[in-house]
Design a protein around this ligand. Structure first.
Ligand code: NAG
Ligand code: NAG
Ligand code: NAG
Ligand code: NAG
Ligand code: NAG
Ligand code: NAG
Ligand code: NAG
Length: 502
């Protein structure tokens, strides 16, 4: 037997042993048991909040919470994230009745959004910036109270979800004339279709400041920029597919300009992606560290190498967020060795799910914590797929060293330190992928430990007590659970294919 075959065999045995031993742990078993139950509960929660009482078909309430806090509105952002989950279900559906049901929901969503795009509101109307409104009443009326406006992530997320729907609808031999009547044509001004209105809007306003994912600061946010970029690039292809070449090249031109202006979010001193660069100092955003940068990668990565999950600055940001939250929240300081860290929005958050202001302390959020788990699943998938990987930047080292300390200490096949310029080979990449899968599962396990038996997800987890807090049945929390578990499944399958059966 040659040395390399022997190495391969040792590697295989080691992987199998590692894989099985990790499964024999009781925390893993509780997690495996809980996941399918919580998936079912999450789908219930999602569909409960679509077309809720008082809403017209196609509306989605952000939460089943009318009071303290009142989230009983259709937020453009949250609804689009929800419909993106529905589109995935639609893509996977095989039963004709199920296909029809999901298609009807998605068409209602398009129609509800056609109505609200044409509903003048304090932010403007269809042609004067009204698409930047954060939310609408579920019955389609404008929200007229005070609120942070403008929000540009909503139209970007909505465009991506609707284009995904349209592509799948056409693949299933849907009617092209439906797509051109309701979703996209470039034949009128002002636009008469939902996605054309969104794309024209973001192609124009992308350089401007807006409220960001948390509706707290009026600056240019990394989150909005990456989401708009993806929507414009996909919009360019979509317009081209439908034969609208002018519109296609216009969106592409804007996307390119935006792209070339996005390096400003990198801090070369700290090796991180900054949430914004123009927030005033001495404010709650003074650290510029924000979990939304990682969420931006999850929702806004366009599969083209630009701010990919394995970007060294993104990896280091994820690691630094872990270091921040592990000490910041008392509930994290008490966690067991099987539990990962619970993540909040940003370190100085002063909203606790009901109150906001001086002295109020922010909490861990389900959608942030589940987003971080999903990030590690995505990263694990990519490490499983590489044949080799160069450690191209020192900003990859902190996360690799964390994995080293946590998982490889007793592993003779792993180096005790990593170096810039070193090329990692398959066996090492698979070890790292497996450590990332465990890291992600530990975060999911910590979520499990804070969810009651009913499976109901709120917005937040109290930073001291660990009990749920804030809006009940928060739709985006359920969306985040579902997408994290989908990534988990995909990532474990990729790992099995690439790492055990090399
Ligand atoms: C949450 O959603 C479930 C259905 O999934 C529903 O039965 C329940 O009444 C909702 N509201 C609250 C406050 O739990
Ligand atoms: C939007 O408002 C502007 C300025 O008030 C007005 O000129 C325009 O006709 C309005 N557009 C629509 C579509 O209502
Ligand atoms: C929607 O509900 C609000 C508040 O209940 C009401 O004032 C408004 O007239 C309703 N709009 C429509 C279109 O029914
Ligand atoms: C690009 O970013 C810089 C720095 O924030 C800003 O001054 C400039 O206006 C931006 N360019 C565009 C086209 O928005
Ligand atoms: C199509 O789109 C381009 C770019 O948005 C625009 O310049 C052009 O006028 C549009 N054509 C029509 C007929 O609306
Ligand atoms: C990795 O680094 C080696 C040595 O520096 C170099 O020869 C190789 O081209 C690099 N590979 C990639 C994919 O960058
Ligand atoms: C997991 O992935 C496999 C195939 O990759 C698929 O058959 C299965 O339905 C997936 N499970 C979930 C929960 O998504």
């Amino acid at each position: 037997m040659s040395v390399s075959r022997l190495n391969k065999l040792v590697f295989l045995v080691l992987l199998i042993v590692l894989f099985h031993s990790s499964y024999a742990q009781p925390w893993k078993e509780s997690l495996e048991e809980w996941i399918p139950k919580e998936m079912e509960r999450s789908f219930q929660g999602i569909f409960y909040n679509i077309d809720p009482p008082g809403g017209i078909p196609g509306s989605v309430t952000a939460a089943d919470s009318h009071y303290q806090p009142d989230y009983y509105y259709n937020w453009i952002r949250d609804a689009a994230i929800t419909m993106d989950v529905v589109v995935t279900l639609y893509e996977r559906a095989t039963e004709p009745a199920q296909v029809k049901k999901l298609e009807d929901i998605l068409k209602s969503y398009v129609h509800y959004n056609y109505i609200i795009q044409r509903t003048p509101n304090p932010t403007g109307n269809l042609t004067t910036g009204g698409l930047g409104a954060a939310h609408y009443l579920l019955n389609g009326s404008a929200f007229t109270g005070p609120w942070c406006s403008v929000e540009n992530d909503g139209p970007a997320l909505r465009a991506v979800a609707v284009m995904r729907f349209a592509k799948e609808y056409l693949r299933r031999h849907g009617d092209l004339s439906y797509v051109k009547k309701w979703i996209f044509n470039n034949e009128t001004h002002p636009p008469t279709t939902v996605t054309r209105a969104d794309l024209d809007y973001i192609a124009k306003v992308w350089p401007d400041p807006c409220c960001g994912p948390w509706e707290t600061f009026f600056v240019v946010h990394f989150w909005d920029q990456l989401l708009v970029r993806k929507a414009l690039l996909q919009g360019s292809k979509f317009a081209e597919m439908l034969g609208y070449m002018d519109a296609s090249s216009y969106y592409l031109k804007q996307a390119k300009e935006l792209t070339s202006n996005m390096s400003k979010f990198i801090s070369h001193v700290h090796g991180v992606v900054l949430e914004s660069i123009d927030a005033p100092r001495d404010t709650i955003h003074e650290t510029f560290m924000d979990t939304s940068t990682i969420l931006a990668v999850l929702y806004g990565y366009n599969d083209d190498g630009f701010y990919a999950p394995e970007n060294p600055y993104v990896m280091n940001t994820a690691n630094l967020l872990r270091l921040i939250y592990k000490d910041l929240f008392p509930v994290n300081r008490r966690r067991t060795t099987d539990e990962g860290v619970l993540f909040g929005r940003f370190p100085n958050d002063n909203y606790d799910g009901i109150a906001t202001g001086n002295g109020v302390k922010g909490n861990p959020w389900f959608l942030c914590t589940l987003g971080m788990a999903r990030y590690y699943f995505e990263l694990a998938k990519r490490f499983s797929e590489y044949a080799t990987l160069n450690i191209s930047s020192r900003w990859m080292l902190p996360l690799l060293e964390h994995l080293q300390t946590s998982y490889f200490k007793l592993n003779p096949s792993m180096p005790s330190t990593f170096h810039v310029g070193e090329t990692l080979q398959k066996p090492q990449l698979c070890q790292i992928a497996q450590a990332l899968l465990t890291e992600a599962d530990k975060i999911l396990y910590s979520v499990y430990r804070h969810v009651p038996d009913s499976g109901m997800l709120t917005e937040e987890i109290n930073r001291y007590t660990g009990f749920e807090q804030g809006a009940k049945n928060l739709t985006w929390s359920y969306d985040s659970f579902v997408t994290a578990v989908w990534s988990r499944n995909y990532s474990f399958n990729t790992f099995r294919t690439n790492c055990v059966l090399v």
